[in-house]
Design a protein around this ligand. Structure first.
Ligand code: HEM
Length: 326
């Protein structure tokens, strides 16, 4: 019996690490594991009512103890780590052979060095890296954690996914992205994991930079705005059984994949998720690879809950599972 959280988080975060740092980190790298732990703690604490209170009266809480201080301290340690990685990159930086996002950003900084208004500077680079780590790790890890939990809870659905994997991919090779189009049931299950898991219920907060009128509603400059994605993903006018885990939401009568307009876990519009394509590829590859190799089940005597916890994301409560080799 084990909790899959740390392993999944390490695996998923390494995709972003390859983009940002041009390398993956070993799972036993203590320094990197610490960064992941600090980051998860931030996302967890951000959803707590006491941390939310800081948003209401920051001038008061700034000097008082509480979870917001842990969040600040964690971000300081994470950004120090990022600054260290950027310094290491600068030492061997070769603009003719860029390895990753940091190298390319350094090139852009060099090109724009006479134009401070362009906004390319070390602080910008640190925050860009942090943004990608935060936006791209926790979200995908939590979605996969929901996915494995649903497979424990609904073994008959797991069996149907495995039947499709065996038929389309087999056991002699790894899944690849080209398999997606031939696997409507698995695609439907992954979409339903995202809909039912509802990982980012309120999108990312935005702020109106000027007085705005939207469909008759006046939004004064400076107002924080969040989008209730959860209401769309559970809208009874859009979904046949909104409160049930039902891959049929994404299947036509003859078993073909059915794309639904109300499927919006990545939000919509200009500021929708930048990493949607990457995330969908990751979810497909991790999910099918795991179910190709293993059958997932609950641990004897344990009944994991379908009730989630409100972090910055909506995450499953910690659970343990068993894997048996197929
Ligand atoms: C299952 C995984 C993911 C989910 C459910 C998800 C969901 C979201 C949502 C709901 C937003 C907010 C959009 C809005 O408020 O309108 C967002 C923004 C964003 N996401 Fe993702 N995301 C996922 C994975 C990723 C990945 C892998 C990356 C990595 C590149 C990423 C990068 C971003 C960025 C940079 C933003 C901010 C975009 C902006 O403000 O312009 N996301 N994501």
């Amino acid at each position: 019996p084990f909790n899959p959280m740390v392993t999944l988080n390490s695996a998923v975060s390494n995709i972003i690490s390859c983009l940002i740092f041009g390398q993956r980190f070993e799972y036993h790298d203590e320094c990197y594991q610490k960064i992941l732990r600090l980051d998860t703690e931030c996302i967890q604490l951000t959803g707590s009512p006491r941390a939310q209170l800081y948003n209401v009266c920051p001038w008061l809480l700034e000097y008082l103890p509480g979870p917001h201080q842990t969040i600040f301290s964690n971000y300081k340690q994470i950004t120090d780590f990022l600054r260290g990685e950027i310094i290491k990159h600068k030492e061997v930086w070769d603009p003719l052979n860029p390895r990753d996002l940091i190298d390319n950003y350094l090139t852009e900084m060099e090109k724009k060095k006479s134009d401070p208004e362009a906004g390319f500077n070390i602080e910008g680079l640190v925050v860009t890296c942090l943004d990608l780590i935060e936006a791209g790790t926790e979200t995908a890890t939590t979605t996969l954690r929901w996915g494995l939990l649903f497979m424990i809870k609904f073994p008959e659905i797991q069996e149907k996914v495995q039947e499709e994997i065996d038929r389309v991919i087999g056991q002699s090779r790894q899944p690849c992205l080209a398999d997606r189009v031939n696997m409507p049931y698995t695609e439907a299950v992954i979409h339903e994991i995202q809909r039912f898991g509802d990982v980012v219920p309120l999108g990312f907060p935005k702020k109106a930079v000027k007085d705005t009128t939207l469909r008759g509603y006046f939004i004064p400059k400076g107002t924080s705005i969040t989008i209730n994605l959860s209401s769309v993903l559970h809208d009874p006018n859009e979904w046949e059984t909104p409160d049930t885990f039902n891959p049929g939401h994404f299947l036509t009568e003859n078993g073909q994949f059915w794309k639904r307009d109300a499927f919006m876990p990545f939000s919509a519009g200009k500021r929708a998720c930048l990493g949607e394509q990457l995330a969908r590829q990751e979810l497909f590859l991790y999910f099918t690879s795991l179910l190709q190799q293993f059958t997932i089940s609950k641990c004897p005597g344990e009944e994991p809950s379908l009730e989630g916890e409100i972090w910055f994301t909506y995450a499953p409560a910690p659970y343990r599972m068993c894997l048996s080799s197929r």
